[in-house]
Design a protein around this ligand. Structure first.
Ligand SMILES: Nc1nc2c(c(=O)[nH]1)N(C=O)[C@@H](CNc1ccc(C(=O)N[C@@H](CCC(=O)O)C(=O)O)cc1)CN2
Ligand SMILES: Nc1nc2c(ncn2[C@@H]2O[C@H](COP(=O)(O)OP(=O)(O)OP(=O)(O)O)[C@@H](O)[C@H]2O)c(=O)[nH]1
Ligand SMILES: [K+]
Ligand SMILES: [Mg+2]
Length: 458
């Protein structure tokens, strides 16, 4: 149990309607009470009640802010410690002044994530739930937020606990077998362990399948728009972003550098990159832009390759098409509002099996089809249920893979007739790897590292 009392501003810095300072720890009520002037002292009020009053400068007695104070006594609080929240008028001066008065009065400034860390250390939530709180703050789409909320409420934790329980049951069979060999023949024990282990392996596999989608939900799909100058790349970025983010002109070579924008396509976050049109060029600035385009292409998860419906296929197009076939690419024939000069048959033969969409960004045609093509590629055609349990955290994915390997070793061990006490080691290892996901017996420095990634006041 921590003994010091921590305080931090828990709302966004800057001008706002109100700002909340959170104080947690054994002295939180006493510390705030020394600065607070209201109808009654805070140590006399019932728990989970809100009180109007003023915060005074302890030295000079001048009013720092008019506030509402919420008093919540342990253990029914966010941290399971005594918590006091002070709602100040928004605006940095009064909030900072109140915080400074608290710090001058025995409270310590909280480290990033320290409130949530205390909730974890005091056993209110486990590690994967704490990590989900952070994911929730950072989520960029509704769907990502929903996944994080589910995880914060302990859905992944319960699944992991169930898997660990299944492994424990296998181990228990073994223990019975060792203690009372006449009770259960070794072969029968092996058979039961095999069944259970296969089941666990399958469930871990299920979870790992969700990991790819989980990563997409968290980080977004690195998507690059490429194509010859003037095919409409920047126009497409603007259309997908529903905003004029990139400069569009009829002059080829308008985009000189890489432009990045987060867009949300049917709940899938794309980290969309507009690039300089790719062509052989002598212009130095443009040349650098073109090189960056090539680099963006190399790093992309998804390539949107634009061709011009109103122009014949050029050498640059052919080169790009060849490159694109090495990536996950959607070929887009743009400017279909203009008369056709593009040989679509040739395009079809050059792109192999790549999906092809025709658009007129100018007339806002074909954009739905494009969005559908993107969704098809990345949601693998499956409808997303809101209640699916996703793994989205790289630390969790790594540990699940580790656990899967141990379980697999156990299965192979049983199948090849290895002594069961050897198999026992593999299963114990699997049990431990799974335990690390929920923070069972993880090293202190890892915990510090995880929580330090949180924002201040969380
Ligand atoms: N003002 C304020 N709003 C907030 C938070 C906060 O700390 N303060 N939260 C902070 O992130 C989130 C809400 N999360 C919370 C989670 C648990 C408890 C809590 O007190 N849990 C106790 C009591 C539950 C009960 O009474 O039923 C517990 O679980 O023991 C409070 C907030 C979002 N909004
Ligand atoms: N007719 C027609 N014009 C379009 C369409 N899409 C874009 N344009 C026009 O084509 C011109 C070039 O568009 P941009 O979006 O700047 O093209 P870009 O590929 O980003 O060009 P660079 O950055 O110069 O490589 C602009 O005048 C756009 O208005 C379309 O579907 N039909
Ligand atoms: K242009
Ligand atoms: Mg452009």
């Amino acid at each position: 149990m921590e003994t010091d009392t921590i305080a931090a501003i828990s709302t966004t810095m800057g001008e706002a309607g109100i700002a909340v300072i959170r104080v947690s720890g054994p002295e939180s009520i006493a510390i705030v009470d020394r600065l607070y002037k209201g109808k009654q002292p805070l140590d006399a009020v019932p728990t989970h009640t809100v009180h109007y009053g003023r915060i005074l400068d302890p030295a000079e007695g001048k009013v720092l802010d008019e506030v509402l104070v919420t008093v919540m006594r342990a253990p029914r609080t966010f941290t399971r410690e005594d918590v006091v929240e002070i709602s100040c008028h928004g605006g940095m001066i009064p909030v900072q002044a109140v915080l400074e008065a608290l710090l001058a009065s025995e409270a310590r400034l909280a480290e990033p994530g320290e409130f949530t860390k205390r909730a974890f250390l005091n056993g209110r939530i486990d590690l994967s739930q704490a990590e989900a709180v952070m994911d929730l703050i950072r989520s960029k789409t509704d769907r990502a937020a929903r996944v994080a909320v589910n995880q914060a409420e302990g859905r992944l934790s319960r699944l992991i606990q169930r898997l660990r329980q299944e492994i424990l049951e296998s181990l228990a069979h073994l223990a019975v077998n060792v203690d009372y060999p006449e009770y259960d023949a070794e072969q029968l024990t092996g058979q039961k362990m095999l069944e259970k282990s296969r089941q666990v392996e399958q469930e871990i596999d299920h979870l790992l399948v969700t990991a790819r989608q989980g990563k997409i939900l968290r980080e977004g799909i690195a998507t690059v728009i490429v194509g010859r100058p003037n095919v409409g790349k920047s126009s497409l970025l603007n259309a997908l972003a529903h905003e004029n983010k990139a400069i569009v002109t009829d002059i080829p070579g308008t985009t000189r550098d890489v432009i990045e924008e987060y867009v949300n396509v049917r709940g899938i976050p794309l980290r969309l990159v507009d690039t300089a049109g790719i062509r052989e060029t002598e212009d130095l600035v443009e040349k650098i832009g073109v090189e960056r385009s090539h680099q963006a292409l190399a790093e992309a998860d998804l390539v949107l390759l634009l061709l011009n419906h109103a122009e014949e296929l050029g050498e640059d197009d052919r080169k790009l098409l060849k490159l694109a076939r090495e990536h996950t690419t959607i070929v887009i024939v743009n400017k279909t509002d203009l008369p056709s000069r593009l040989d679509l048959e040739e395009v079809t033969s050059l792109i192999g099996g790549l999906p092809l969409v025709t658009t007129s960004v100018k007339e806002e045609k074909g954009l739905d089809e494009l969005e559908q093509a993107i969704a098809d590629l990345f949601m693998e055609g499956r409808t997303q249920t809101a209640d699916a349990t996703y793994v989205s955290n790289t630390r969790h994915v790594h540990l699940l893979k580790e656990a899967r390997k141990h379980v697999h070793d156990a299965i192979e061990g049983i199948e090849s007739g290895m002594p069961l006490d050897m198999v026992e080691i593999d299963l114990k290892n699997a049990w431990e790897s799974l335990g690390e996901i929920i923070g069972d017996a993880v090293a202190e420095d890892l915990i510090d590292q995880i929580f330090s990634q949180f924002c201040l006041g969380k």
